[in-house]
Design a protein around this ligand. Sequence first.
Ligand code: TRP
Length: 332
Amino acid sequence: METVVSGIRSTGKLHLGNYYGALSNFVKMQNEYNCFFFIADLHSLTTHPTPHGLQGTVRQVIVEYLAAGIDPEKSTIYVQSDVPEVAELYLYMNMNAYLGELERATAFKDKVRSNPDNVNAGLLTYPVLMACDILIHHGTKVPVGKDQEQHLEMTRTFGNRFNRLYNVDYFKEAFAFSYSDKLVKIPGLAGQGKMGKSNGEADCIYLSDSADVIRKKVMRAVSDSGPTEMNQAKPEAIQNLFDLMKVVSAPDTLQHFDDLYNRCEIRYGDFKKQLAEDMVLATNDVRMRIEDIANDDAYIAKVARLGAEKAGESARKTLKEVREIIGIKRFY
Ligand code: TRP
């Protein structure tokens, strides 16, 4: 059975983009593959969260993984820092990751541009740590979005380089993986691009948002003054709302509003109201489970312990072999 590995950085609550783009895929995969889903808390340290903030976001992601339907009996759900072997492997792999290639990574260059006063070494070697997350379990399938494609290519480079350096056939190549070719597009509410916290709070519908908050956010979503010509092309902000409706509403509802738009008879108030209600409905189960699980400390602890044990076992085996390959030996 092939191994799937994926992680979500613990930087806050998960939104609809995370849900439809990642979590709902994870849930399907767990029946067919050996799955490791973890909370990348070490990765999130690059932006220096407060200790209290860090604990809160890690807990939140565990809760939301579970609420989305990841089953801790089928998949291994764990917190990255509960498996210190990841950090040890990261040290070894850093020895053959080169400055030039790390500096060329698009995500790194973006961070340097957006955050010039916090260009730390952890940010530079972020792709090495990500590679270790995958290599430590010999993962071959990695469900991630387009923006992580380059990091996966680096993962293959680091693994292959290790194999060549030590003349072994040890690490496998990992590739991006998605269930459907048609990537579901989850745009935000702010009128531009995909849903993301970096576009502001109003852009995102969080899985934990109450029905009223969802309604408010949708009613305030960016739109325009309406079509003026029959069958006119939709500007981005409007297309985005239709794309969201495509995900949460029934096909004939979408068709209905599309027809109204094309006849210049659409009223955005009604359109948004329908979108909001369908969104509330689509997220209802997850939201209720979030509320239940968030209050269950004992269950969260049980899941985290089970995950740490299962992931730890896999990681310890890899580290034992890696130390041997490198020639690290105990003389006692
Ligand atoms: N870099 C990923 C992101 O920002 C998160 C991540 C860290 C990850 N380690 C991983 C994803 C390993 C897949 C596999 O989305």
